[in-house]
Design a protein around this ligand. Structure first.
Ligand SMILES: Cc1ncc(C[n+]2csc(CCOP(=O)(O)OP(=O)(O)O)c2C)c(N)n1
Ligand SMILES: [Mg+2]
Length: 632
């Protein structure tokens, strides 16, 4: 028989079970109501008469962040963004391939220290950008990619140009968001802009479904069936759609702050700086390797240059740091870096990374003390578990750190013969190049001679863009950028095809600079069609193609290792004529007009100054100079 005491819990159990069940139901209903935006809509109404559209909100945020250029290739999904941006005075530049739009945005980011922006259409428009987004990620360039998308309710329902874009860009971008309501456009874009520039900079992606971009009356027409609903299911679906539309536009045009959010930039602690100052104050033969990160804001290139000059430590410069010290600076060394690293007693890796560029750290000597500074912890310590070991690893902004080092080391001097010892190697290499320039080539022009002439006549107000294999690898030794932020190469991803996009971004940012692009003939193939873009948008840039009728950097290894040139041969294509066909200017340089070499280059330069994009097709002989590596 059941006792009263045993029955008591059962009596209490049912009411509490009911209470729990009821509570759960209420919570679920409240959650659903929240998800459907019912509470929000109580306070924030939809302006059904408004003809405004979400593209205007996008443009307003771009404008408030100082964005001057928007690179794109059109698509109906993103038309509102393009139209609104143009209205706000943002220059919309349409390219012939989406990848070029993102490369151009990357160049703008690198040269201005702000975010470069590209907008492309849904699906194939976005997939076409993947290489450039990855390139920007590896180069740590803050690029905002805006992508169209199917309507919020049509995703995964077989819409036109639909693909899971978020999954595609999540591994490539440090911030990815899909905007679901018009009112979210502004805060999402502000967060994206801040994320792109904070910490380790990089690309960010914001997906803008078509229904958050178009005006209410158009979206309503698409979303709500004209026929009134019949039957229960129909009525429920109708209510759901009407509510989704209302939630999409509720509070859409309420004023919100549009300007930049504060950035989060890691800085070295005073103790870390002090420890590094102490290490360097005992050094006799210090060496500094300065990489791209050093040129990031907030330290200006000029302030960094002064700091490096005051420190007086011999430097090797790579990536965006090339040109930091101008041409032929006594502290700047360019040859035999490996030997210099072996001899140095303290090495400062100021944004330089121990990846393939430093043979994974094997170029560093175990007997040197290594100071490494980088915004990115993982990159900073890469391979330190096996091939090298830092004495001090400082996670922080590189430029600010170098300035603080300089302040802590004022008056410090180094072994008097150290710089001179390093200079010997540069002199030897220069002599070798002089000899190579005089060597006969079986046919066409000697590329070393051509590039030496380029070095001689390159103007001070030039920006160099390099895209190719051996020809531009040789150029990296011979042609010196004339100042900071005057050199653009793809970076550690080694991407061919960056040239036209980089040139476009560079010329727009610095209209007064002469943009000289050095291309391999293989690489130029990717960029050729963009001469149409340059002509339409009046972007006078100059392309010098080292045309050796082949993918030579690959060919020479493939032939010697594997005995076949398969897939490595091209022909001496008339790229200059193709340029003429696109409405640009074209010149041919070959043995026939060898004595006119300088004149042809100067004429091309003049045409460019007169406002024309120019292609100079330079037929060069195949040489085996093996100076192909662009990487430092
Ligand atoms: C997008 C891409 N495809 C292929 C490669 C591999 N690759 C590296 S260098 C090179 C040859 C480049 O040829 P060209 O531009 O003519 O320069 P050259 O070496 O002949 O001077 C190739 C195909 C690459 N780095 N990037
Ligand atoms: Mg080639």
């Amino acid at each position: 028989m059941e006792t009263a005491a045993a029955a008591a819990p059962a009596e209490g159990f049912f009411p509490s079970f009911l209470l729990l069940g009821f509570g759960t139901l209420v919570a679920a209903l409240l959650g659903a109501a929240h998800r459907l935006g019912l509470f929000y809509q109580l306070m924030h109404k939809v302006d059904t008469a408004s003809i405004r559209h979400g593209g205007e909100n996008v443009a307003a945020v771009l404008k408030a962040h100082g964005v001057r250029f928007l690179f794109t290739l059109a698509g109906g999904h993103i038309s509102p963004v393009l139209v609104a941006s143009e209205k706000l005075g943002i220059r919309v530049v349409d390219t012939r391939h989406e990848v070029t739009a993102v490369f151009a945005a990357d160049a703008v980011a690198r040269l201005t220290g702000t975010v470069g922006v590209a907008a492309v259409t849904a699906g194939p428009g976005l997939t076409n950008t993947v290489t450039a987004v990855k390139n920007a990620q590896i180069a740590q360039s803050p690029v905002l990619l805006l992508g169209g998308a199917a309507g919020t309710l049509l995703q995964n329902r077989g819409a036109l140009q639909a693909v899971d874009q978020m999954s595609l860009f999540r591994p490539l971008c440090k911030f990815c968001a899909s905007v679901r309501r018009v009112r979210d456009i502004i805060p999402t874009l502000r967060a994206a802009m801040a994320a792109a520039q904070s910490g380790t900079p990089g690309p960010v992606f914001v997906e803008l479904p078509i229904d958050v971009l178009y005006p209410y009356f158009l979206v309503q027409k698409e979303m709500i069936p004209a026929k009134s609903p019949k039957g229960l299911v129909d009525r429920v679906v109708h209510w759901y759609l009407v509510n989704a539309l209302a939630n999409l536009f509720a509070g859409a045009w309420e004023p919100q702050p549009e300007g930049p959010l504060p950035l989060d930039i890691p800085q070295a602690s005073p103790q870390q700086v002090q420890r590094c100052v102490e290490i360097l104050s005992r050094a006799k033969r210090p060496l500094m390797l300065i990489g791209s990160q050093a040129l990031l804001p907030p330290t200006s290139a000029d302030k960094l240059r002064v700091a490096v000059e005051t420190l007086g430590i011999p430097c090797f410069l790579a990536g965006m740091a090339r040109g930091l010290l101008g041409r032929n600076h006594p502290l700047h060394f360019r040859q035999n870096r490996r030997a210099a690293l072996k001899k140095a007693d303290v090495v400062v890796l100021a944004g330089a990374v121990c990846d393939f560029r430093l043979s994974y750290g094997r170029f560093l000597s175990r007997s040197s003390k290594i100071i490494v500074v980088n915004r990115d912890r993982k990159e900073m310590l890469i391979n330190s578990d096996i091939f090298w070991k830092p004495q001090e690893a400082v996670q922080g902004d590189v430029g600010s750190f170098v300035v603080k080092l300089m302040e802590g080391l004022r008056g410090q001097t180094w072994a008097s013969d150290w710089a001179e010892e390093l200079r010997q190697a540069d002199r030897q290499k220069e002599q070798t190049f002089r000899e190579k320039a005089l060597m006969p080539v079986a046919e066409h022009l000697n590329p070393v001679r051509v590039l030496q002439l380029v070095e001689d006549i390159l103007p001070d107000n030039s920006i160099l863009v390099v895209d190719g294999g051996d020809f531009v690898g040789t150029a990296a030794y011979l042609v010196q950028p004339r100042g900071p932020l005057c050199w653009l190469d793809p970076g550690a991803f080694g991407t061919l095809g960056v040239g036209a996009g980089f040139a476009l971004g560079a010329k727009l940012c610095r209209p007064d600079a002469e943009v000289w692009c050095l291309f391999g003939d293989g690489a130029f193939g990717y960029s050729l069609i963009e001469f149409d873009t340059f002509v339409r948008h009046k972007i006078p840039v100059m392309a010098l193609i080292g045309n050796d009728a082949g993918w030579t950097q690959i060919s020479r290894e493939q032939v010697s290792c594997l005995g076949s040139n398969v897939a490595c041969g091209l022909t001496y294509t008339d790229y200059h004529k193709a340029a003429l066909g696109l409405g640009a200017q074209g010149q041919l340089l070959s043995r026939e007009n060898e004595d006119q070499l300088v004149k042809v280059l100067r004429d091309a330069q003049q045409q460019c100054q007169d406002g024309h994009p120019v292609v100079v097709n330079i037929l060069i002989g195949r040489t085996d100079f093996r100076d192909g590596s662009l990487a430092m």
